[in-house]
Design a protein around this ligand. Structure first.
Ligand code: NDP
Length: 241
């Protein structure tokens, strides 16, 4: 069955792979982005996927952006992929309030901002799929990422609580916790640090964004209706939570 999906941060990296995988599975997809116009335009032209710009850290902008996405798709949103995320890494004793706040608003406030406007419609229609992208570092903690680890652990709590509230309404809420995936975010990690990270991954490599896309397609399928409140780790064996 064709459903309508919004993928936040859906024009680059993991989000782009999720957008493409959902489209290939037959869904109507709208991909959100924050401000990288060149990447968004190239992605839209290449894939034919509609793109809509809004800041997931801003509640009003998100509500307006979701309405725009529904208009572009011509149908209400049945699938939400809360994928947009940022890092502002530094040791905690050097962390500014700004670095804390920015990571919280984009990675965690966004869960509320993007899910709240569509939850009523999902409840009324008796069907919905919500997939939240956490991180291995939200599960195990990571030095230099107190802000990010806290936000990504929060995503797991959000998932479990909302899953309980919506289970009888045909809405599943799950979490995907990727390990290190080959995207721009990881390209920003210094080479020496990345080498030591890869040495600690039993699979001996980074993950590929399309591997996350395939998992998300399953979670959004009709057949995944009995899976809710789960955190799926996908990390090459780096951390077995
Ligand atoms: P990228 O940095 O490659 O892409 C980030 C995407 O999020 C972009 O499309 C960007 O839009 C968008 N974005 C950033 N801020 C906002 C905002 N305020 N509002 C709307 N969109 C925004 O990230 P990844 O693909 O690597 O990561 C995707 C998700 O996966 C994140 O939540 C990340 O924390 C998580 N993750 C990533 C891992 C990895 O190894 N890469 C590991 C574990 C988790 P624009 O193009 O306009 O800038």
């Amino acid at each position: 069955m064709t459903r309508t999906a919004i993928v936040t941060g859906g024009t680059r990296g993991i989000g782009a792979a999720i957008s493409l995988a959902l489209k290939s599975a037959g869904h109507t997809v709208v991909a959100n982005y924050a401000g990288n116009e060149a990447a968004a335009r190239a992605f839209a032209e290449e894939t034919g996927i509609k793109v809509v710009k809004f800041d997931v850290g801003d509640a009003d902008a998100s509500a307006a952006g979701l309405a725009e996405a529904e208009q572009a798709a011509g149908a209400p949103i049945d699938i939400v992929i809360n994928n947009a995320g940022i890092t502002r890494d530094t040791m905690f004793h050097k962390m500014s309030a700004e670095q804390w706040r920015e990571v919280m608003r984009v990675n965690l406030d966004s869960m509320f901002n993007v899910t709240r406007p569509v939850i009523d419609g999902m409840r009324e229609r008796g069907w919905g799929r919500i997939v939240n992208i956490s991180s291995i570092n939200g599960q195990k903690g990571q030095m230099g990422q107190v802000n990010y680890s806290a936000a990504k652990a929060g995503v797991i709590g959000f998932t479990k609580a909302l899953a309980q509230e919506t289970a009888r309404k045909g809405i599943t809420v799950n979490c995907v916790a990727p390990g290190y995936i080959n995207t721009d975010m990881v390209a920003a990690v210094p080479e020496k640090v990345l080498e030591s990270i890869i040495a600690g991954i039993p699979a001996g490599r980074l993950g590929e964004a399309r591997e996350i896309g395939a998992l998300v397609v399953y979670l959004c399928s009709e057949e995944a209706g009995f899976m809710t409140g789960s955190t799926l780790t996908i990390n090459g064996g780096q951390y077995m939570a």
